[in-house]
Design a protein around this ligand. Sequence first.
Ligand SMILES: [Zn+2]
Length: 271
Amino acid sequence: MQRKRAIAPIALAVLLAACASKPQPPQDLSVTFFDVGQADAALIRTPENETIVVDTGHDARTAELLRGEGIKDIDLLVLSNAHAEHTGGLAAILDAFPVHELWYSGLDYKSQIRPLLERAEHFEAITSGAEKHIGKLTLSVLHPESLPLRARDSSPNNHSLVLKVAYPTALYLFPGDCEMECWEDMFKYHRSELRANVLKAAYHGSENGTTSGVLSNVRPKTFVISCGRGNEFGHPNESVLEMVQKLGAQIFRTDQQGAIRCLGTVCKASK
Ligand SMILES: [Zn+2]
């Protein structure tokens, strides 16, 4: 009897330690758009306990936010483009977590980014057609069509890595900072794959990131804008908001509502 009593607390301690090492998986596909100012950073988690991060925000704050979510390692980190508001938090994330795989758009024109990419266990410049299946989750790359021959020939926005996230219950599209040239490519080569329940507004809600053509192809029910309070660019653009409202899609904004948390296709503001 005495021995049994002694074992019980040890078993409990082991169980608690196991729980502490990985957060409980969500019941459905979970996507959190963090409030990181005039920048992008999103966390995707699956019921199979996979962790994918899309963009790193400006700075070390994103690593702190990921820690706050109980994240211990990152299965895949995707960088949509090389600008600081998408890659500035990369070093802090690599310091804080093992990153098993990293995808980027092939533009690493700022010399300080390249050595960081090499710190991931595996990193790859990726183009349209790349696909990864993790349990019931499918990640597909819809853009860029090809890698840049010379960095100076490509605009980072129009060379954005566009990620489609497909789970049996929900479709999400992460177009980075895609402007019209980038969308035109996708209309040409991937029109039928653009449909999504939730669209992260391209280019922080700029008028160059969302047109009626974009909305009629993606047909989102939910439109999430990641931008900074009182930002100097006037994002999101008023005409974009009007177009999305006319479509009847629900609009969420990190600048006004803080982090946006979605489970399946249902999104809620954190404030
Ligand atoms: Zn951006």
